[in-house]
Design a protein around this ligand. Sequence first.
Ligand SMILES: C[S@@+](CC[C@H](N)C(=O)[O-])C[C@H]1O[C@@H](n2cnc3c(N)ncnc32)[C@H](O)[C@@H]1O
Length: 305
Amino acid sequence: LHQSVLLDASIEGLAIKPDGIYVDGTFGRGGHSRAILDRLGPNGRLIAIDKDDAAILHAGEYFIDERFSIYKRSFAELEALLTSLSLLGQIDGVLLDLGVSSPQLDEADRGFSFMHDGPLDMRMDRQNGITAAEFVNTFKAQDMAKVFKEYGEERFAKRIANAIETARVGAPFETTLALAEVVKAANPRWEKHKHPATRVFQAIRIYVNRELEDLKIVLDSSIKSLKKNGRLAVISFHSLEDRIVKQFMKNASQGPYIPKEVPVRACEIKMNFKCIGKAIKPSAIEVEENIRSRSAVLRIGEKLL
Ligand SMILES: C[S@@+](CC[C@H](N)C(=O)[O-])C[C@H]1O[C@@H](n2cnc3c(N)ncnc32)[C@H](O)[C@@H]1O
Protein backbone atom coordinates (compact mmCIF):
# COMPACT_ATOMS: atom_id res chain seq x y z
CA LEU A 1 0.00 0.00 0.00
CA HIS A 2 1.24 3.45 -0.92
CA GLN A 3 0.82 5.91 1.94
CA SER A 4 1.08 9.60 1.29
CA VAL A 5 3.30 11.41 3.76
CA LEU A 6 1.90 14.29 5.86
CA LEU A 7 -1.34 14.05 3.93
CA ASP A 8 -3.72 15.79 6.33
CA ALA A 9 -1.30 18.52 7.36
CA SER A 10 -0.38 19.41 3.79
CA ILE A 11 -3.99 19.45 2.60
CA GLU A 12 -4.95 21.59 5.57
CA GLY A 13 -2.04 23.91 4.77
CA LEU A 14 -3.41 24.46 1.27
CA ALA A 15 -6.66 25.81 2.81
CA ILE A 16 -8.59 24.50 -0.18
CA LYS A 17 -11.35 26.60 -1.66
CA PRO A 18 -13.96 24.47 -3.42
CA ASP A 19 -13.83 26.63 -6.57
CA GLY A 20 -10.07 27.01 -6.59
CA ILE A 21 -7.46 25.93 -9.10
CA TYR A 22 -4.70 23.77 -7.61
CA VAL A 23 -1.42 22.31 -8.80
CA ASP A 24 -0.01 19.00 -7.59
CA GLY A 25 3.54 19.19 -8.92
CA THR A 26 4.43 15.66 -7.82
CA PHE A 27 1.48 13.39 -8.63
CA GLY A 28 3.15 10.03 -7.82
CA ARG A 29 0.20 7.72 -7.24
CA GLY A 30 -2.13 10.59 -6.53
CA GLY A 31 -2.63 10.30 -2.80
CA HIS A 32 -2.48 14.05 -2.34
CA SER A 33 -4.33 14.69 -5.59
CA ARG A 34 -7.20 12.50 -4.44
CA ALA A 35 -7.45 14.39 -1.17
CA ILE A 36 -7.48 17.72 -3.05
CA LEU A 37 -10.20 16.52 -5.45
CA ASP A 38 -12.27 15.37 -2.48
CA ARG A 39 -12.31 18.93 -1.20
CA LEU A 40 -13.01 20.61 -4.53
CA GLY A 41 -16.51 21.40 -5.72
CA PRO A 42 -17.74 20.86 -9.28
CA ASN A 43 -16.04 24.07 -10.46
CA GLY A 44 -12.69 23.41 -8.85
CA ARG A 45 -9.74 22.32 -10.92
CA LEU A 46 -6.59 20.30 -10.31
CA ILE A 47 -3.56 20.33 -12.59
CA ALA A 48 -1.12 17.54 -11.86
CA ILE A 49 2.45 17.07 -13.04
CA ASP A 50 4.87 14.17 -12.88
CA LYS A 51 7.89 13.28 -14.97
CA ASP A 52 7.53 9.55 -14.46
CA ASP A 53 5.56 7.60 -17.08
CA ALA A 54 4.29 5.17 -14.46
CA ALA A 55 2.65 8.06 -12.58
CA ILE A 56 1.04 9.35 -15.78
CA LEU A 57 -0.29 5.87 -16.60
CA HIS A 58 -1.69 5.53 -13.09
CA ALA A 59 -3.52 8.84 -13.43
CA GLY A 60 -4.94 7.79 -16.79
CA GLU A 61 -6.34 4.67 -15.24
CA TYR A 62 -7.60 5.87 -11.88
CA PHE A 63 -8.19 9.62 -12.17
CA ILE A 64 -11.02 9.97 -14.63
CA ASP A 65 -12.45 13.29 -13.50
CA GLU A 66 -13.35 16.39 -15.52
CA ARG A 67 -11.78 18.62 -12.91
CA PHE A 68 -8.44 16.85 -13.25
CA SER A 69 -5.68 16.96 -15.86
CA ILE A 70 -2.13 15.63 -15.76
CA TYR A 71 0.97 16.62 -17.70
CA LYS A 72 4.18 14.71 -18.15
CA ARG A 73 6.71 17.41 -17.38
CA SER A 74 9.39 18.31 -14.91
CA PHE A 75 7.89 20.65 -12.37
CA ALA A 76 10.71 22.98 -13.40
CA GLU A 77 8.49 23.67 -16.42
CA LEU A 78 5.56 24.82 -14.28
CA GLU A 79 5.69 28.42 -15.40
CA ALA A 80 5.72 27.52 -19.10
CA LEU A 81 2.90 25.03 -18.61
CA LEU A 82 0.66 27.46 -16.75
CA THR A 83 1.45 30.20 -19.26
CA SER A 84 0.31 27.91 -22.07
CA LEU A 85 -2.91 27.25 -20.15
CA SER A 86 -3.36 30.99 -19.46
CA LEU A 87 -3.30 30.22 -15.74
CA LEU A 88 -0.14 31.95 -14.55
CA GLY A 89 -1.04 34.00 -11.47
CA GLN A 90 -4.41 32.24 -11.19
CA ILE A 91 -3.48 29.35 -8.93
CA ASP A 92 -4.91 28.97 -5.42
CA GLY A 93 -2.42 26.41 -4.20
CA VAL A 94 0.70 24.52 -5.22
CA LEU A 95 1.70 21.28 -3.55
CA LEU A 96 5.15 19.70 -3.89
CA ASP A 97 5.82 16.33 -2.27
CA LEU A 98 9.46 16.00 -3.26
CA GLY A 99 11.73 13.08 -3.98
CA VAL A 100 10.97 9.60 -5.18
CA SER A 101 7.75 7.66 -4.72
CA SER A 102 7.47 4.33 -2.94
CA PRO A 103 6.81 2.47 -6.21
CA GLN A 104 9.93 4.00 -7.72
CA LEU A 105 11.98 2.77 -4.76
CA ASP A 106 10.32 -0.61 -4.56
CA GLU A 107 10.50 -1.62 -8.20
CA ALA A 108 13.92 -3.16 -8.71
CA ASP A 109 14.05 -2.37 -12.43
CA ARG A 110 14.00 1.39 -11.73
CA GLY A 111 17.45 1.01 -10.18
CA PHE A 112 16.96 3.33 -7.18
CA SER A 113 17.58 0.83 -4.45
CA PHE A 114 20.61 -0.85 -2.97
CA MET A 115 18.21 -3.39 -1.44
CA HIS A 116 16.81 -4.79 -4.69
CA ASP A 117 19.06 -5.75 -7.56
CA GLY A 118 18.27 -3.95 -10.79
CA PRO A 119 19.76 -2.01 -13.67
CA LEU A 120 21.54 1.15 -12.53
CA ASP A 121 19.10 3.71 -13.83
CA MET A 122 17.64 6.00 -11.12
CA ARG A 123 15.97 8.37 -13.55
CA MET A 124 12.42 9.35 -12.70
CA ASP A 125 11.93 10.30 -16.34
CA ARG A 126 13.40 7.45 -18.34
CA GLN A 127 13.35 9.49 -21.56
CA ASN A 128 15.67 12.17 -20.26
CA GLY A 129 19.05 12.62 -18.66
CA ILE A 130 21.89 10.26 -17.95
CA THR A 131 21.49 7.00 -16.06
CA ALA A 132 23.25 6.13 -12.82
CA ALA A 133 25.26 3.57 -14.84
CA GLU A 134 26.52 6.28 -17.19
CA PHE A 135 27.43 8.37 -14.19
CA VAL A 136 29.50 5.73 -12.36
CA ASN A 137 31.06 4.36 -15.55
CA THR A 138 32.13 7.60 -17.20
CA PHE A 139 32.66 10.35 -14.63
CA LYS A 140 36.16 11.06 -13.35
CA ALA A 141 36.70 10.09 -9.70
CA GLN A 142 37.15 13.73 -8.85
CA ASP A 143 33.76 14.67 -10.31
CA MET A 144 32.01 11.73 -8.68
CA ALA A 145 33.52 12.68 -5.35
CA LYS A 146 32.16 16.19 -5.69
CA VAL A 147 28.65 14.80 -6.23
CA PHE A 148 28.94 12.39 -3.28
CA LYS A 149 30.08 15.19 -1.04
CA GLU A 150 27.63 17.83 -2.18
CA TYR A 151 24.49 15.75 -2.60
CA GLY A 152 25.19 12.93 -0.17
CA GLU A 153 27.21 14.76 2.45
CA GLU A 154 29.43 11.68 2.30
CA ARG A 155 32.60 12.05 4.38
CA PHE A 156 34.49 9.43 2.42
CA ALA A 157 33.53 10.76 -1.00
CA LYS A 158 37.05 10.66 -2.50
CA ARG A 159 37.85 7.21 -1.24
CA ILE A 160 34.58 5.78 -2.55
CA ALA A 161 34.90 7.55 -5.89
CA ASN A 162 38.41 6.14 -6.33
CA ALA A 163 37.17 2.64 -5.53
CA ILE A 164 34.43 2.99 -8.16
CA GLU A 165 36.93 4.21 -10.75
CA THR A 166 39.18 1.23 -10.07
CA ALA A 167 36.39 -1.33 -10.00
CA ARG A 168 34.86 -0.28 -13.32
CA VAL A 169 38.04 -0.92 -15.35
CA GLY A 170 37.28 -3.79 -17.69
CA ALA A 171 33.89 -4.44 -16.09
CA PRO A 172 31.55 -1.43 -16.16
CA PHE A 173 28.86 -1.30 -13.49
CA GLU A 174 25.49 -2.55 -14.61
CA THR A 175 23.49 -3.25 -11.47
CA THR A 176 22.59 -1.58 -8.19
CA LEU A 177 23.93 -4.37 -5.99
CA ALA A 178 27.30 -4.43 -7.74
CA LEU A 179 27.67 -0.73 -7.03
CA ALA A 180 26.38 -1.10 -3.47
CA GLU A 181 29.01 -3.78 -2.80
CA VAL A 182 31.91 -1.64 -4.00
CA VAL A 183 30.71 1.37 -2.02
CA LYS A 184 30.20 -0.75 1.06
CA ALA A 185 33.72 -2.16 0.85
CA ALA A 186 35.25 1.28 0.33
CA ASN A 187 33.31 2.97 3.15
CA PRO A 188 35.45 2.70 6.27
CA ARG A 189 32.91 3.93 8.79
CA TRP A 190 29.38 2.57 8.79
CA GLU A 191 26.70 4.71 10.39
CA LYS A 192 24.16 3.10 12.66
CA HIS A 193 20.88 2.07 11.00
CA LYS A 194 22.17 3.18 7.63
CA HIS A 195 23.36 1.05 4.76
CA PRO A 196 26.92 2.21 3.94
CA ALA A 197 25.84 3.05 0.38
CA THR A 198 22.85 5.22 1.41
CA ARG A 199 24.57 8.56 0.94
CA VAL A 200 26.18 7.65 -2.37
CA PHE A 201 22.89 6.36 -3.78
CA GLN A 202 21.08 9.49 -2.63
CA ALA A 203 23.77 11.66 -4.21
CA ILE A 204 23.64 9.90 -7.59
CA ARG A 205 19.85 10.07 -7.62
CA ILE A 206 19.84 13.79 -6.87
CA TYR A 207 22.46 14.37 -9.55
CA VAL A 208 20.90 12.38 -12.40
CA ASN A 209 17.46 13.85 -11.74
CA ARG A 210 18.71 17.43 -11.27
CA GLU A 211 16.62 17.47 -8.13
CA LEU A 212 18.00 20.53 -6.38
CA GLU A 213 18.25 22.67 -9.51
CA ASP A 214 14.65 21.87 -10.43
CA LEU A 215 13.51 22.56 -6.88
CA LYS A 216 14.97 26.05 -6.96
CA ILE A 217 13.27 26.73 -10.28
CA VAL A 218 9.86 25.45 -9.19
CA LEU A 219 9.89 27.46 -5.97
CA ASP A 220 10.37 30.66 -7.94
CA SER A 221 7.73 29.75 -10.47
CA SER A 222 5.29 28.68 -7.75
CA ILE A 223 5.19 32.23 -6.47
CA LYS A 224 4.55 33.50 -9.99
CA SER A 225 1.84 30.88 -10.43
CA LEU A 226 -0.11 31.77 -7.31
CA LYS A 227 -2.71 34.44 -7.04
CA LYS A 228 -3.14 36.66 -4.00
CA ASN A 229 -3.55 34.54 -0.89
CA GLY A 230 -2.55 31.42 -2.80
CA ARG A 231 -0.79 28.79 -0.74
CA LEU A 232 2.44 26.89 -1.27
CA ALA A 233 2.99 23.61 0.59
CA VAL A 234 6.28 21.76 0.22
CA ILE A 235 7.23 18.42 1.75
CA SER A 236 10.93 17.62 1.66
CA PHE A 237 12.72 14.46 2.66
CA HIS A 238 16.27 15.40 3.44
CA SER A 239 18.17 18.33 4.82
CA LEU A 240 19.51 19.50 1.45
CA GLU A 241 15.99 19.96 0.12
CA ASP A 242 14.62 21.43 3.29
CA ARG A 243 17.46 23.93 3.49
CA ILE A 244 16.55 25.23 0.03
CA VAL A 245 12.83 25.44 0.86
CA LYS A 246 13.45 27.11 4.20
CA GLN A 247 15.85 29.67 2.73
CA PHE A 248 13.51 30.37 -0.16
CA MET A 249 10.53 31.01 2.09
CA LYS A 250 12.60 33.13 4.41
CA ASN A 251 13.90 35.29 1.56
CA ALA A 252 10.48 35.58 -0.04
CA SER A 253 8.89 36.66 3.21
CA GLN A 254 11.53 39.32 3.83
CA GLY A 255 10.50 41.21 0.75
CA PRO A 256 12.73 42.87 -1.82
CA TYR A 257 16.24 43.91 -0.86
CA ILE A 258 16.44 47.62 -0.23
CA PRO A 259 19.87 49.20 0.27
CA LYS A 260 20.28 50.90 3.64
CA GLU A 261 20.82 54.33 2.07
CA VAL A 262 17.40 54.32 0.40
CA PRO A 263 14.90 55.94 2.75
CA VAL A 264 11.63 54.02 2.97
CA ARG A 265 8.90 54.07 5.52
CA ALA A 266 7.99 50.66 6.91
CA CYS A 267 4.51 50.82 5.43
CA GLU A 268 5.98 51.20 1.94
CA ILE A 269 7.72 47.85 2.00
CA LYS A 270 5.21 45.45 0.61
CA MET A 271 5.84 41.83 1.50
CA ASN A 272 5.08 39.34 -1.18
CA PHE A 273 4.91 36.21 0.90
CA LYS A 274 4.54 34.99 4.44
CA CYS A 275 5.33 31.70 6.12
CA ILE A 276 2.35 30.02 7.74
CA GLY A 277 3.33 28.43 11.03
CA LYS A 278 6.53 26.54 11.67
CA ALA A 279 7.95 23.52 9.90
CA ILE A 280 5.68 20.52 10.46
CA LYS A 281 7.03 17.01 11.05
CA PRO A 282 5.11 13.75 11.08
CA SER A 283 3.82 12.46 14.39
CA ALA A 284 5.44 9.48 16.10
CA ILE A 285 2.44 7.42 15.03
CA GLU A 286 2.82 8.36 11.37
CA VAL A 287 6.54 7.52 11.48
CA GLU A 288 5.76 4.18 13.05
CA GLU A 289 3.15 3.40 10.41
CA ASN A 290 5.23 4.66 7.51
CA ILE A 291 8.97 4.61 8.01
CA ARG A 292 9.51 6.70 4.87
CA SER A 293 7.94 9.68 6.60
CA ARG A 294 10.65 9.82 9.27
CA SER A 295 12.69 12.56 7.66
CA ALA A 296 9.78 14.50 6.14
CA VAL A 297 9.35 18.22 6.78
CA LEU A 298 6.38 20.27 5.60
CA ARG A 299 6.59 24.02 5.09
CA ILE A 300 3.66 26.23 4.16
CA GLY A 301 3.55 29.78 2.88
CA GLU A 302 1.09 32.24 1.43
CA LYS A 303 1.45 34.79 -1.34
CA LEU A 304 0.36 38.15 -0.08
CA LEU A 305 0.15 40.41 -3.11
C1 LIG B 1 7.05 11.43 -3.11
S1 LIG B 1 6.34 11.14 -4.65
C2 LIG B 1 4.77 11.91 -4.58
C3 LIG B 1 3.70 11.04 -3.97
C4 LIG B 1 2.31 11.64 -4.09
N1 LIG B 1 2.19 12.86 -3.32
C5 LIG B 1 1.27 10.65 -3.65
O1 LIG B 1 0.56 10.91 -2.66
O2 LIG B 1 1.13 9.62 -4.31
C6 LIG B 1 7.21 12.23 -5.73
C7 LIG B 1 6.77 12.17 -7.19
O3 LIG B 1 7.23 13.36 -7.82
C8 LIG B 1 7.80 13.05 -9.05
N2 LIG B 1 8.83 14.04 -9.27
C9 LIG B 1 9.96 14.25 -8.57
N3 LIG B 1 10.66 15.26 -9.07
C10 LIG B 1 9.94 15.74 -10.12
C11 LIG B 1 10.14 16.80 -11.05
N4 LIG B 1 11.22 17.57 -11.04
N5 LIG B 1 9.18 17.01 -11.98
C12 LIG B 1 8.08 16.23 -12.03
N6 LIG B 1 7.85 15.21 -11.18
C13 LIG B 1 8.77 14.97 -10.24
C14 LIG B 1 8.34 11.66 -8.93
O4 LIG B 1 8.38 11.04 -10.19
C15 LIG B 1 7.33 11.01 -7.97
O5 LIG B 1 6.33 10.37 -8.68
